[in-house]
Design a protein around this ligand. Structure first.
Ligand SMILES: Cc1cc2nc3c(=O)[nH]c(=O)nc-3n(C[C@H](O)[C@H](O)[C@H](O)COP(=O)(O)OP(=O)(O)OC[C@H]3O[C@@H](n4cnc5c(N)ncnc54)[C@H](O)[C@@H]3O)c2cc1C
Length: 265
């Protein structure tokens, strides 16, 4: 009798850099339909090998322990048996070095449940949407665009994606393609360490929010008119929240509706 908890198979692995990847997984059984922006849990046993470029952590894990962590889903919400994730390797972490060692056909565990109130279709139909991410915090927005882009042609949408180097901009070509195809969508890749030839935004995303760049696209920073979504690095989240709270934004929670939606990694 099989005792392994594994219930899914790796069907694709795209290394964007040695520490950043898109992982595609097929579950043995379909999941329930979910909302773009939600997350699920991925697991691997402690006995799985770590990637060659990882660092041995201080604490070891038992071979028969299922290491589980949460990951935002980047695939469209109607795909209930094929899931895509955008994952960065924490070299001294427990799960990600094992995930980076997986190959096509490897088995793994994927939670049967999908979670989270960070759901991008909660914006009223007549409001604009600004999505801000650092690093892999982009994943829920990719799910949103893949699920709902064509239904939102009356609203203006923008993504700011903060990364260190140009090669850290996962999904660049997909986002450029959407920007070129849909006039209501703007993509602002923002680099901390740009090449000399870089013509996009630089520095921290929050520097650009009151520079007029959004207003140029017809997006007004007003909770009645525009909802903001923030996902990723806690420092970015704190600093953008402070900027928006001064402009009368309140956080969206399970109990209270707000125009500021936050997911921290
Ligand atoms: C709701 C939610 C959604 C998430 N979605 C994603 C996602 O889409 N993609 C993704 O890559 N991650 C995502 N994460 C983070 C993920 O769950 C893990 O925390 C991360 O992958 C590290 O796991 P690990 O087992 O390798 O490291 P751990 O063994 O858990 O951590 C080792 C140490 O590294 C620190 N650490 C954790 N994360 C980072 C980091 N990113 N950079 C530097 N140090 C870190 C921890 O504080 C800890 O001290 C999400 C987290 C949450 C809560």
């Amino acid at each position: 009798m099989e005792t392994s908890p594994y219930n899914a198979t790796v069907v694709g692995k795209i290394l964007i850099t040695p520490d950043l990847m898109v992982l595609r997984v097929k579950t043995d059984e379909p999941r329930n339909e979910f909302q773009a922006g939600q997350f699920t849990n991925i697991g691997l046993m402690g006995c799985e090998l770590r990637s060659q470029n990882s660092v041995i952590p201080m604490e070891s894990v038992q071979d028969d322990f299922l290491i589980q962590r949460s990951y935002s889903i980047s695939s469209a919400n109607h795909e209930t048996q094929h899931f895509e994730f955008y994952i960065s390797q924490v070299k001294s972490g427990q799960l990600t070095p094992r995930l980076f060692n997986l190959v096509q056909g490897s088995r793994m565990w994927l939670d049967t449940k999908i979670f989270g109130i960070f759901q991008l279709n909660q914006t009223p139909k007549d409001c604009n949407i600004v999505m801000i991410a650092t690093g892999t915090g982009l994943a829920p927005y990719i799910s949103f665009l893949r699920s709902h882009m064509r239904e939102n042609d009356n609203t203006k949408m923008a993504i700011f994606h903060g990364a260190a180097y140009p090669w850290d901009l996962g999904y660049l070509s997909e986002l450029q393609f959407i920007q070129n195809t849909f006039p209501n969508f703007s993509y602002f890749p923002t680099l901390l360490k740009p090449d000399p030839g870089w013509t996009g935004l630089t520095g921290y995303i929050e520097q650009h929010l009151d520079s007029g760049i959004l207003e140029e696209k017809g997006i007004i920073v007003d909770p009645e008119k525009t909802h903001f979504y923030l996902c990723g690095n806690p420092k970015m989240v704190t600093s953008v929240c402070a900027f928006l709270e001064k402009r009368n934004y309140t956080k969206h929670t399970k109990k209270k509706l707000g125009a500021l939606h936050v997911e921290e990694y």
